[in-house]
Design a protein around this ligand. Structure first.
Ligand code: G6P
Length: 478
């Protein structure tokens, strides 16, 4: 097996396995900007994606793959995939304990501070799991990379990988990209001191670091200055630490228009669209599509809809809110509780406002991508109100597929607000009255203004498509 020239490392891989009826394993390709960005350059370079096995079927596939030199390799177009079978306990500590219950909470400012976080003795063991998991990725990259290869490490799961790689393979050129926001130093400092330092120094093992928004890049630089005492230049976005200079770049990922339109042309989308049209009749449509995720602020979004129906009763019977939530991270207790709160709140709203002819809110917690695309096509208003979000691609995909010139009501705390802020209606995600008023303004907006705003949003959404987003980072390595 040839060693790869371009490598990507991300917890979630580009494919996932399932057991077919005859007992054999089959795989399907995942969605998302990273997959389309990487797949589109795969044909040009010898590339390898290192990821973790995430399900029992993935684990079986990882264990059964014929032992090539890099074992457990599966073909995907021109790209190879190395799926790591990480021991379940280690994976749970790293993914659920550190990545999703600690780092995600920190970067999105989700902690309920009077009670959490608590960094007790159990935390040290989780941090060891995280280090072991990062080591497993680094090991696979070390053995899969050609001399001088370029390695693109993704996200908060793999913050320690750049430093490990640098110490073992100084010939490699390494970039790390954070898809989350970055927390201010006063927040990051809540971590045990040694852990905060290891996290920052782990990332600084890269030659270049990337973020979606200048806001997150600046917060990272401030953390390096205040927590590590590094020599930081905020304007030039450089960090000098341990005798090396690391540059920080902003690359705002755009929507994958081609992929999106191909998916939207599938017959299932037309079918869902028909069913949705029937469901909502001639009412106006407010749509939201998210993972069932604490940072997405679904509860305050529903509360804002309740405020709309209270403050502007003229919309009763004339509007329907479709809220589609994908199940997410069920291993984290806070996510399970959050899902229950969302479901309960939806019931309350329907009990309060429903009439025999009108159901104000339809909330579904399940996986149905074609239905999400159909809802983008039909929406009059798209609500994207996260408390904090690295980017948020729904805000970019919605305007591309909209057939009714949907108005975007967007949280100012999403990375996407940097680029879409002029033409979306920006809101403070904590202010449910302001959000309700923005929904009202969106529903009442004259057609021409809706059209002009939607056209500009669609243009801004594809400013940096996934392929170019990925190439920019690889090229920045020289
Ligand atoms: C965010 C993160 C990604 C992650 C995705 C889904 O977008 O930045 O790294 O893959 O959420 O989360 P999951 O835990 O299901 O992979």
């Amino acid at each position: 097996m040839d060693k790869a020239q371009t490598l990507i490392a991300a917890n979630r891989g580009p494919i996932s396995f399932r057991t077919a009826e005859d007992g054999s394993l089959e795989y399907s390709r995942g969605g998302g900007g990273l997959v389309s960005g990487m797949t589109s350059v795969a044909a040009e370079v010898d590339s390898l994606w290192v990821c973790a096995a995430l399900s029992d079927d993935d684990r079986r596939a990882a264990a059964e793959a014929p032992g090539a030199r890099i074992d457990r390799v599966h073909d995907l177009g021109g790209m190879r995939v190395h799926m790591l079978d990480i021991p379940e306990r280690t994976f749970a500590g790293a993914y659920t304990g550190i990545a999703n219950s600690t780092l995600w909470f920190l970067q999105h400012l989700l902690y309920d501070l009077p009670n959490k976080p608590v960094f007790g003795s159990g935390f040290a063991r989780l941090w060891e799991d995280y280090a072991a998991y990062n080591n497993a990725f680094a090991e696979a990259l070390v053995s899969g990379a050609a001399e001088g290869a370029r390695v693109a490490v993704q996200d908060y799961h793999l913050a320690l990988v750049p430093q490990i790689l640098r110490s073992r393979r100084p010939d490699l050129r390494i970039t790390h990209f954070s898809h989350t926001p970055w927390a201010p130093p006063e927040y990051l400092r809540m971590l045990p001191n040694r852990v905060a330092r290891e996290l920052l120094e782990g990332m600084l093992g890269a030659d270049r670091l990337g973020f979606h928004s200048p806001r997150w890049a600046e917060a990272f630089l401030r953390c390096c200055s205040e927590i590590l005492g590094a020599d930081v230049d905020i304007d030039r976005r450089t960090v000098e630490h341990g005798g090396r200079v690391v540059t920080v770049g902003v690359h705002a990922l755009g929507a994958d228009e081609e992929g999106l339109r191909t998916s939207a042309a599938e017959p299932e989308v037309a079918q869902r669209r028909g069913a949705l049209s029937q469901l909502v009749g001639d009412t106006r449509l407010i749509v939201r599509v998210d993972r069932t995720e604490l940072s997405k602020n679904i509860v305050r979004g529903l509360e804002s809809y309740r405020e709309l129906l209270t403050l502007h009763p003229e919309w009763r019977g004339r509007v329907t809110h479709l809220a589609f939530a994908y199940p997410s991270r069920g291993d984290v207790p806070e996510y399970r509780e959050y899902t229950e709160t969302v479901l309960r709140m939806a019931e309350e709203i329907n009990e309060e406002f429903s009439t025999p002819e009108w159901t104000p809110l339809v909330l579904e917690v399940n996986d149905d991508y074609p239905r999400s695309l159909a809802s983008f096509q039909l929406a009059d208003v798209l609500l994207v109100n996260p408390v904090r979000d690295g980017m948020n691609l729904v805000a970019k995909e919605g305007p591309l597929l909209s057939e009714r010139d949907s108005v975007l009501v967007l949280s100012r705390e999403a990375g996407a607000a940097d680029e879409l802020g002029e033409d979306a209606l920006l809101v403070n995600p904590f202010d449910t009255v302001e959000t309700a008023e923005a929904l009202h303004q969106a529903l009442s907006m004259p057609d021409r203004e809706r059209r002009e705003r939607r056209e500009r949003l669609a243009e801004a959404a594809v400013a940096l498509p996934p392929r170019r987003w990925f190439q920019e980072q690889i090229r920045s390595l020289g």
